[in-house]
Design a protein. Sequence first.
Length: 602
Amino acid sequence: MKRHALLLCTGALLWPALTGVVRASNSTAPDTPAAYAWSLPVTVTDDNGVHGLRLPSPVYLQAQSATLADLRLFDRRGLPVPYALRQPPTDTLTDARELPLRIFPLYRQPGAPASLTPQGDFKLELRTDSDGRLLSVTSAGAPSRPPPPGQAQGPTLETLILDLGVPARGTPPTVTALRFIPPAGKSGYSAQVWLEASDDLRDWRPLGAADLQWLSATDGAILACDVLAFEPARFRYARLTWRGGTPALFAGISALSVNQHQTAPAMDSAVLAPVPGRVPGDLVYTAGIGIPAERAGMRFATPNAVYAAMLGRYRDPPAPVWAEPPPPSQRRHRHLRDHFHRHERDYERRQANAATTPQPPPDPFSPIASATFYDITQDGKRKRSGGLTLPATQLAQWVVRPYSPQTAAMPLSQAPQLQLSWTPATLLFLATGNGPYTLAFGRAGASGMEHDLGHIAPGYTDKELRALPQAQAGTARPTVRAAPGGVLGGANNGAAASTAGAPAGGMARDGQSAHQPTNVGAPGTAGAAGSAGTIGTSGTSGVAANAAAAPRPGAAPALSWHRGQAINFSDHALLWGVLLAGVAGLAYLTVRLLKPPPANGS
């Protein structure tokens, strides 16, 4: 009995140490491509300098971290390559053009009052067409008295009316400056002009002033100051008056129109199939936690569909709370008859049952946004709803709850598919001649290895980062590893290797199946066995897997496996030495305790 007790105590003491060593070995498994569930090849044209890689869709679909902490880049030696992630910027495009203006000169007859009064009033007689374009402009003023005989003078230029030619229902362009062509027949000219704008030729607002000069050199060259710049403005008409110099009719005037518009970077998409939710009528779409969804849309299986619904998620169900039954109350009126006591006991029992009955759980649905999705074809014209714009949202499961009860009762086979779109990040790394490279991802619990951009591309400007050479990513494949006994093993214990052409979203780690998104609509991410736009995995035979897993000459010894994770005993020699020393010490103590004492009593 004493021996058995000592053996049990020894085992109890050694078991925590043994499990601690195994757990330490599992948690510090070597960071190699074989430790990740998925990988894809990365090739570069020139294996030198900083390169960029647009992260393909499988990275977001199979990532086990919302921050892509389980993303690694390895070179051909199996060593990790430092990298940085950069969100692609929005491109701003500038469209500059010159718009010729129609010039309507206004002349004042000798002796006639000025068309432009000191108070700024402008007297004009206008003729326009139906689109608002000017046909003619004349001054409303008439000569106050005829010129004396022999002193007849011609009319003098007073102002210029400029027409941009914008239709009445059109939007005027944004103008930032006017460019002038000097008057014909003048080699040199200098004047100070004042510009005003209007949309109806009645109300005028000032835009700016400028000194215009053209100077001719002896060799025929001309030094020109021919631009009147002002703050960007939209207008239909303008008038030009002189504050200095002699008014002259310019040979031509053009408006400089500058328009800027932003172009967002290209987005990737994933189409998800629904499954029933916790609440009848809800649809659940399982997505990768790494997808930062910026747009959500619907794809319908039937034509002419309208689907008004809310998008959201399920909150984690709270633990049921059971109320403690109330303490039994003291019975009163003991002097009454027994049937009164029986009724009292029944009442207390009903009260206790009502208190201990759990309440129905609250609605787990938490809405995020709502929209009406539609796809209607009428008279040969198709109208489709655009994607619902969202802030970058990362959810492992998306829940759609329709508003209409009839829509909620729709069969699952006719339910729409959810399309999520996101902007993929750019992975920047320094190529040092050790390519080709391997991009590995899909490892739960991995720590982040992302570096700051200044550590990867120091001194690079935004323009230089945009012009970096781009690396090319191959097809994503599940990692196949050899387990003891020649049995295929891996992140999902051989399920990925034995399933030919299975979609990437249908796998899960440690043998658990999970419904993941399929039909990824990103270019260049089609699987080997799936159709176009679908991530697929090609089946691997046992011979090919064993051949691929066979050790190469000079390679490290094979690793043992425990639940799909590597245990490298060589990395923990000190721990194993301490453990063995402890076992030897306990064995020595056990032998000394069980050894009978000598006859002399020493």
